[in-house]
Design a binder for this molecule. Structure first.
Ligand code: ACO
Length: 385
């Protein structure tokens, strides 16, 4: 039974709809289908910018001038390398552990070795955050290599953030369209409101813990299938449907059974997810270039069936419907899809953790107590039934 004081507090399971922080970083308009970073529409940013610049924008609140941009990119390039023991750890975990568990462990390990993680001030947190942003593609690419039993490919100092991630992961340089697609996907995943992993990052840093611990918490939260991972299952559905001619029957039957179709629907967007709209254009071009058109055509037919049956309920493709297909068509295996999400999201995690800790208040929500209030009589163990 809840006590009188508790019942006067508004109860929102899972904190749904509760505003617990103020931000100037990003905004999701679920009704108009807009995603905004620091006032810029993501469609503008993916057309005209690149991941490094967007990362700077999220962290600093403005686009960099020429000198700031060049300094930022140089710092990222300088910090992107891993030590031998870090590669050794990735090798050791490579085949036995899920890539997300390896990612969590490696990020935690690098933080554990760094003496600056003991009671860091905000300036140190900023340095640690930048280091994490720089190293994340190298770590995930190395995990991808080790998980697939392949030799590591060391960073290329001349490549951009996303192209070097592509190169270290897949062992070849991307084509122009592949480079643009991956850069776009990373930008589109860089920030998305106060989702579970971002909240985990903010919650951890609010105790004045360090940025590596904050990122470790975020990665742990992203690992769960209710957050990362829907793109893996969306791709598997598209592969199961196989050809466009099967979509009507298979998807129709799933809808009749009230199955959830992976890659459709969103808690916030009740219109077409703007990220999916952008990725769909790339999906058509990249699958055509990589001779995987059947994947795109099948997906397109599934989308048609879904919108005709469920569009009136606000069910449209979300970012996961086309991202998995894109990653797969350039050569990534599905179990690395969620770590790729982390490569994009690291800038958002760091930006939001820093924004929060600069005006910090430790998170401390309450739970509605619905247990017995007693006081009950204590019975010693040998007198209990
Ligand atoms: N497939 C079939 N039906 C669906 C789907 C779907 N993917 N999503 C929602 N519906 C149905 C609901 O069951 C509900 O039906 P009802 O009116 O008969 O009760 C109706 O459509 C309206 O649903 P909403 O209230 O809009 O959806 P909700 O907010 O509850 O759920 C969620 C959102 C959890 C994302 C859901 O759409 C889902 O499970 N989708 C599939 C998983 C997925 O793709 N997740 C990735 C999200 S994006 C991201 O996290 C990066």
């Amino acid at each position: 039974m809840a006590d009188a004081q508790q019942t006067t507090v508004q109860f929102a399971r899972g904190l749904e709809g509760v505003i617990a922080a103020e931000t100037r970083i990003g905004f999701v308009d679920g009704n108009l289908g807009r995603l905004v970073y620091r006032g810029f529409d993501i469609s503008t940013l993916v057309e005209q910018s690149n991941y490094e610049e967007v990362s700077y924008l999220l962290l600093n609140g403005k686009l960099p001038n020429k000198e700031e941009y060049s300094n930022y990119v140089s710092r990222l390039k300088k910090l992107k390398y891993l030590e031998k023991d870090e590669y050794d750890l990735i090798s050791k975990l490579g085949k036995v552990s899920h890539p997300m568990s390896t990612l969590r462990t490696v990020v935690s390990y690098i933080g554990a070795k760094d003496p600056r993680t003991v009671e860091p001030d905000v300036a140190v947190q900023e340095d640690l955050g930048l280091e994490l942003i720089a190293k994340m593609p190298t770590i995930v690419a190395a995990i991808n290599r080790a998980h697939n039993g392949l030799d590591f490919v060391k960073p290329d100092p001349d490549l951009s953030y996303s192209s070097d991630f592509f190169y270290q992961s897949l062992g070849r340089k991307p084509s122009t369209i592949e480079a643009k697609m991956l850069d776009t996907a990373l930008i589109l995943h860089a920030d998305h409101g106060m989702n579970a992993s971002t909240f985990a990052a903010m919650l951890t840093i609010s105790t004045l813990s360090d940025m590596y611990s904050s990122a470790t918490s975020a990665i742990s939260a992203l690992k769960g299938p209710l957050h990362g991972g829907a793109n893996e299952r969306a791709l598997s559905l598209i592969q199961k449907v196989g050809v466009p001619e099967n979509a009507e029957k298979i998807i129709g039957e799933m809808i009749d059974r009230k199955d959830k179709i992976m890659g459709f629907g969103h808690r916030v967007y009740k219109v077409y997810d703007p990220r999916a709209k952008i990725l769909k254009q790339f999906a058509e071009r990249v699958t055509t270039a990589n001779k995987q058109q059947v994947l795109f055509k099948t997906a397109n037919k599934i989308e048609e069936v879904m919108i005709s049956r469920l569009g009136s309920k606000g069910i449209f493709p979300n970012v996961d419907f086309y991202s998995g297909m894109l990653y797969y068509s350039i050569g990534f295996n599905p179990d690395i899809f969620t770590p790729i999400f982390a490569v994009g999201r690291i800038s958002g995690w760091v930006a939001r953790a820093l924004e929060y800790v600069r005006d910090n208040k430790i998170f401390r929500p309450k739970a509605l107590y619905s247990g017995e209030t007693g006081p009950k009589k204590y019975v010693p163990v040998n007198e209990r039934d």
